[in-house]
Design a protein around this ligand. Structure first.
Ligand code: ATP
Length: 309
């Protein structure tokens, strides 16, 4: 019995940890990327959002392998209640910043503070409860659409679920299905598109209504029109509730209205400011913006030409 209890306990804690990391975070990020070795502090306190959710990185250095740092001496502040965007070349560490905030990994140097509390000093549960993420790809549960949205807040009423779906611009689609919100999705259910999945993930987040919201390329599979109207709805919720939010994005048109845009390069902040400040500065951001606008312009031209009889 004694011999058995050790591995079972161990497995139990791994399982709990996995369950917490995955389900609390809506089965987020990639399972292989989840490091379950971060330790619960010895005397965990609950995270207190006294300032409303200010995030600070102080001289953070981190790499998945010690000898290959992704973030180098990175310092940045995200004021409470603001909408911040993180942009930069592929692989520069944008999603890594979100993974560190969620404490999938600990920093090698420096620290991360939320409202002046080092995130290593607070309980994992209180940290993860305060955060909601829409990741690049949200796996769905093999269950109904209703369940998949309600997972954000099991106490939500049917009406709350529908309101969240409306704001995430997916209600009309679901309502039009023969079985509506009772439609089964997931591996054994209906096939749903990447864009629909993203909207279900946003509905779930709206229902969870956490103080800190992270969007990791969360609307990349949507057409421009749906994306814009969903983002407008999300923005109005963020403003109304004064939530702190971080958007990781490639397409600058989705984030140019942020309170601050942080451009990452080579593991640190290359520049930061509002859209107009960064355009005026004529640096990396301005270059990226002009490149994207030019290619969008070309795309518009192709579409216009295609419409010609
Ligand atoms: P993208 O814009 O392409 O999503 P990103 O800026 O979000 O990229 P990250 O996902 O943060 O980049 O990854 C930063 C670097 O770390 C990349 O080079 C990536 O290959 C590497 N990386 C990410 N996860 C792991 C991991 N679990 N183990 C080892 N290396 C990893």
């Amino acid at each position: 019995v004694f011999q058995l209890s050790i591995p079972l306990n161990f497995l139990g804690s791994v399982y709990r940890e996995l369950r917490q990391s995955l389900l609390d975070m809506e089965t987020l990020f990639n399972l292989q990327k989840v490091n379950i070795a971060v330790k619960e502090p010895e005397k965990p306190k609950s995270l207190q959002l006294r300032k409303g959710g200010e995030i600070r990185f102080e001289n953070v250095t981190f790499g998945y392998h010690e000898d290959r740092p992704i973030l180098r001496n990175l310092s940045l502040t995200i004021p409470a209640g603001q909408k911040i965007a993180i942009v930069g070349p592929s692989g520069c560490g944008k999603s890594t910043i979100l993974r560190l905030l969620f404490r999938f990994y600990d920093t090698q140097e420096g620290r991360i503070l939320i409202d002046d509390q080092d995130i290593r000093d607070v309980s994992l549960q209180s940290l993860r409860e305060a955060i909601g993420v829409v990741p690049q790809d949200t796996p769905l549960f093999n269950n109904t659409i209703e369940h998949n949205i309600r997972y954000g807040n099991m106490k939500a009423s049917t009406e709350d679920v529908r309101n969240a779906a409306k704001r995430a611009r997916v209600h009309e689609i679901v309502d039009g299905l023969p079985e509506g919100y009772n439609t089964m999705v997931g591996e054994r259910g209906m096939m749903i598109s990447g864009g629909e999945k993203q909207r279900l993930a946003v509905s779930r987040l709206i229902l969870k209504d956490p103080p800190l919201l992270f969007f990791d390329e969360a609307t990349s599979a949507l057409d421009t029109y749906t994306e814009q109207s969903l983002l407008q709805n999300v923005n109005s919720i963020l403003k109304e509730k004064a939530r702190t939010s971080v958007f990781v994005a490639h397409r600058l048109r989705t984030i140019f209205d942020s309170d601050k845009i942080i451009v990452l390069k080579d593991g640190h902040v290359a520049e930061s400011g509002t859209h107009s400040e960064l355009l005026a500065a004529g640096g990396v951001y301005a270059e990226l913006w002009h490149a994207q606008e030019t290619s969008l312009g070309e795309l518009d031209d192709v579409e216009k030409n295609a419409e010609q009889p």
